[in-house]
Design a protein around this ligand. Structure first.
Ligand SMILES: *Cc1c(COP(=O)(O)O)cnc(C)c1O
Length: 361
């Protein structure tokens, strides 16, 4: 009988020595990794096999491995938190596994068993529990990813892959309180186009975004506001976050259109706003409409959303030498309330009416 993913057993190869834990006050983002990682392989004709937890270490790749040349790869990002009563908490992790499979489909990577991948993550977290930082605002960032490994320069889907999960303790995103950021509207480069890969979490999208990001940084802006790839008229995302505007009491976010990444934070915010009876709509929104709302004094708040920052308030937009200052450059009340509520649900400090939390026990 062929081995199905359900009866795969994870093999444990534990590290003989453990690394020293970092100073919790000096945690940044994504430079420190824990003692172990998860890995399994895919081979055409066999499927996914050999799931294992092993010491964090470099991997060997053939120089002709497809991922190195053609970028056939996907990734995810989520966080684990330690609750007051010492439980490991995840936030809607099944959504990340579902999204990984949607990205896989777009990139012609074989699907993973979503349930098994979540079980694998839980197993890794149980081994690495003492790496989850406890200080306010800190968490353990989780990076699942798949790379294509076939040593072949032909442009075709790889016949072999690695699926891996690594873990990285991360510091509080807002050490000195929530600080609104300045955003430059990007008029030259685009992030994605309809029919492209913008709605997949795949490496190439981020490589393609660097040039605009560097140019914005050099001009004193934190990130860029991406416009649609065809007319450069409609708003898509901000940096690698989804974007929301509060205009005349109503919250508007660009509708998912094939070039916007379907953020789990975005989805949670929409559900939360509906639960609070705050008007919220997903629709196409142009830069021109936002400028008009600003000129009419109706642009009340703007913010980006994503796993890393949760909510990132926007204090200023700049385009073609002009500027919009939003809410006096301060964090808006709704932005703050969304941030406090979502992080409260994630860390277990607030009730979870939606059943979003997953306890790893
Ligand atoms: C990951 C990502 C987001 C945010 O998704 P979350 O699930 O909320 O973390 C938004 N835009 C882009 C381009 C992304 O890669």
């Amino acid at each position: 009988m062929a081995k199905t993913i359900e009866n795969l057993e994870i093999e444990y190869q534990l590290a003989p020595t453990k690394k020293q834990k970092p100073n919790p006050n000096e945690l940044g983002f994504g430079r420190i990794f824990t003692d172990h990682m998860f890995m399994m392989d895919y081979t055409e004709g066999i499927g996914w096999h050999d799931p294992r937890i092993l010491p964090y270490q470099p991997i060997t790749l053939d120089p002709s491995a497809k991922v190195l040349h053609y970028g056939q790869t996907v990734f995810e990002g989520l966080k684990a938190y330690l609750s007051q009563d010492d439980k490991i908490l995840l936030f809607r992790p099944e959504k990340n596994m579902q999204r990984m499979n949607r990205s896989n489909d777009r990139m012609c990577i074989p699907p993973i068993d979503e349930k098994f991948a979540l079980e694998a993550l839980k197993s890794l977290l149980r081994v690495e529990k003492d790496w989850i930082p406890k200080a306010e605002g800190t968490s353990l960032y989780i990076r699942p990813f798949i790379i294509s490994t076939e040593p072949f320069l032909g442009i075709s889907p790889s016949i072999s892959y690695h699926f891996m999960i690594t873990l990285s303790p991360v510091g509080a995103y807002y050490k000195e309180g929530i600080n609104p950021v300045k955003i430059a509207v990007e008029g030259e480069f685009v992030r994605a186009v309809k029919g492209g890969t913008g709605d997949a979490k795949t490496g190439g999208n981020y490589a393609a975004s660097l040039k605009a990001q560097i140019a914005a940084k050099n001009r004193g802006y934190s990130e860029v506001l991406w416009l649609d790839g065809r007319e450069k008229k409609y708003i898509e995302e901000v940096g690698s976050m989804n974007v929301f505007f509060k205009i005349g009491g109503e919250v508007v976010t660009p509708a998912l259109n094939g070039s916007i990444l379907d953020g789990i934070t975005r989805n949670s915010i929409i559900e939360l706003l509906k639960y609070w009876n705050v008007p919220v709509v997903e629709r196409q929104i142009s830069l021109e409409e936002v400028i008009q709302a600003y000129n009419d004094g109706k642009l009340e708040e703007a913010f980006g959303t994503g796993t890393a920052a949760v909510i990132s308030p926007i204090g200023e937009f700049a385009w073609e030498g002009k500027k919009m200052i939003i809410n006096d450059g301060k964090t808006g009340d709704l932005s703050k309330k969304l941030y406090d509520t979502l992080t409260g649900i994630q860390t277990g400090e607030l009730p979870d009416p939606f059943g979003w939390r997953v306890v790893v026990d």
